[in-house]
Design a protein around this ligand. Structure first.
Ligand SMILES: Cc1cc2nc3c(=O)[nH]c(=O)nc-3n(C[C@H](O)[C@H](O)[C@H](O)COP(=O)(O)OP(=O)(O)OC[C@H]3O[C@@H](n4cnc5c(N)ncnc54)[C@H](O)[C@@H]3O)c2cc1C
Length: 465
């Protein structure tokens, strides 16, 4: 297993360059761009950045790196939030952004096949021409390969599922260069071990994904949005849980605390009341959408929800959800020069109100500015905690607090991450959650597929425990 930093020799750079038509860079700005993701983890420069264009190139580069024991970190759009793409041991950052072809759109099968570097928004632009859309929406304009690798979810998961439910098949390259095809373009499959779902969420530690077949959906006939305010955080969260329990098929249901709303107002020019708020989206026929909206209005009233407003105006709907998706940037804009530590926990629905209250109470004991938001209909919430990278040790101090909350969430039956993944940030939490025996099984799988440990070393678990 690799344990120390690897810097490429001039000869290794030349040899890798020959495998990819010279698309290798050691330029400082390119290295810097690949040294970090959107988290507050300290950046680490890779030794070189390699731009690949085909599965065969990925195979050739990995085979070489495996022989030479060079660490390889796959890089999509770099929007991950747990230090996933930070090349902790140097080596190469393998950038898949040139693999951006939409290979096959099949409306009759409700599926699409794409290269791993295709971005989510570009895919949806293309699919819209066929009256289709790809549903998984993490807000950021991530790549499909990156979303597979983190098992991404987002605002629409409550209705359409996460990457785990929507990836049908993959082409991937193992550490030694072997190309594998897993899954089929069928709605059902019961053939052998489910390697597709093993690779979804493997965070670049088991293979590099090069092609993906995804399920897609027809664009709903009607979409509407609604907002409603609550006197406190607990009522808002409890209302969201009640709506799910009633079986109302909301397409999105997002909670934002009063601080999030304040930041969004300033960033997006909105004038929402600065109170705990739920944002909803409804999809369906015009009549179905109206019925869902009215049912939700009745339920939220029971939880002291006020000022329920809903609209099927497309412009207003888009404005509201674009603001929700900007919440990360809005929070940062309100704290210039700072970074955000974004937590990601999920609990069984019945424990959500308690879990959010615990997080709020713990964070309130500390001086760090923070806000809470979440995909509450999935029992999943995030705390955005502001850290000053200029203050030595502050981010580490925040991580101690986050770990304290995480352990409480695990103790109440929850998980340390609902969608962001483990990366470099949740390694200890994964052990606390699953126990050492389960983590040892994960290590065995890693060793079977990547015997030299070249793929994204230092993520998910460590080998020097
Ligand atoms: C504002 C904001 C909001 C977000 N909201 C959400 C959210 O709601 N839900 C959610 O799930 N996430 C969210 N995220 C996190 C992030 O967008 C997701 O983790 C996303 O899936 C990362 O995709 P990416 O292309 O940026 O991957 P990267 O950040 O480039 O990489 C992420 C990981 O995947 C690996 N990887 C990348 N491409 C490949 C590949 N082709 N093969 C194998 N491994 C690969 C990398 O090595 C790394 O470990 C958010 C991020 C931001 C900045």
């Amino acid at each position: 297993m690799l344990t120390h930093r690897v810097d490429l020799t001039t000869d290794q750079i030349r040899q890798i360059g020959a495998l990819v038509d010279g698309r290798i860079s050691t330029h400082s700005s390119v290295l810097e761009q690949h040294s970090h993701d959107e988290s507050a983890f300290v950046p680490v420069l890779p030794s070189a950045v390699v731009m690949v264009k085909t599965t065969e190139e990925v195979s050739a580069v990995l085979a070489f790196c495996n022989l030479e024991r060079i660490p390889v970190v796959a890089f999509g759009a770099g929007t991950a939030l747990e230090g996933h793409v930070v090349p902790l041991l140097g080596g190469i950052s393998l950038d898949l952004s040139l693999m951006d072809k939409i290979l096959d759109v099949r409306p009759d099968d409700l599926l699409v096949r794409v290269e791993a570097g295709v971005h989510r928004l570009a895919l949806n632009e293309r699919l819209a021409r066929e009256g289709l859309f790809f549903s998984v929406d993490p807000g950021a304009d991530a790549t499909i390969g990156g979303m597979c690798a983190t098992g991404a979810a987002g605002t629409t998961t409550v209705r359409y599922g996460s990457m785990r439910e929507n990836v049908m098949a993959l082409t991937a390259v193992l550490a030694d260069g072997t190309i594998i095809h897993v899954g089929r373009e069928t709605r059902k499959l019961s053939a052998g071990y489910d390697l597709t779902r093993l690779l979804v969420g493997s965070e670049g530690t088991l293979a590099v994904i090069t092609e993906v077949t995804l399920r897609v959906f027809g664009i709903p006939e009607k979409m509407a949005a609604a907002v409603v305010r609550f006197p406190n955080l607990t009522n808002g969260v409890a209302a969201a849980t009640a709506i799910v329990k009633m079986g109302i098929a909301v397409a999105r249901c997002e909670f934002l605390d009063s601080k999030c709303i304040k930041y969004l107002n300033a960033y997006d020019g909105l004038s929402l009341k600065e109170e705990p708020t739920l944002f909803f989206e409804f999809h369906g026929t015009p009549r179905g959408v109206e019925e869902d909206a009215l049912s939700v209005q009745e339920i939220v009233r029971e939880f002291d929800g006020t000022d329920f407003e809903w609209t099927s105006d497309e412009g207003q709907r888009r404005k509201l959800w674009s603001a929700r998706h900007n919440s990360h940037w809005a929070t940062l804009a309100a704290h210039p020069g700072k970074k955000s530590v974004s937590t990601d926990m999920a609990v069984p629905l019945s424990r959500l109100a308690d879990a959010v209250a615990i997080a709020e109470a713990t964070l309130s004991q500390h001086r760090f500015p923070h806000s809470i938001l979440g995909h509450v209909a999935d029992g999943n919430f995030h705390c955005q905690i502001i850290t000053d990278p200029e203050i030595d040790g502050q981010t580490e101090e925040i991580r101690v607090v986050v770990n304290e909350i995480t352990l409480e969430i695990i103790a109440m039956g929850g998980t340390c991450t609902g969608e962001h993944g483990i990366g470099a940030g949740k390694i200890a939490a994964l052990v606390a959650e699953t126990g050492t025996a389960a983590v040892d099984v994960m290590r065995s799988i890693k060793l079977a597929l990547d015997v030299n440990g070249i793929l994204n070393p230092g993520k998910v678990f460590l080998f020097d425990r």
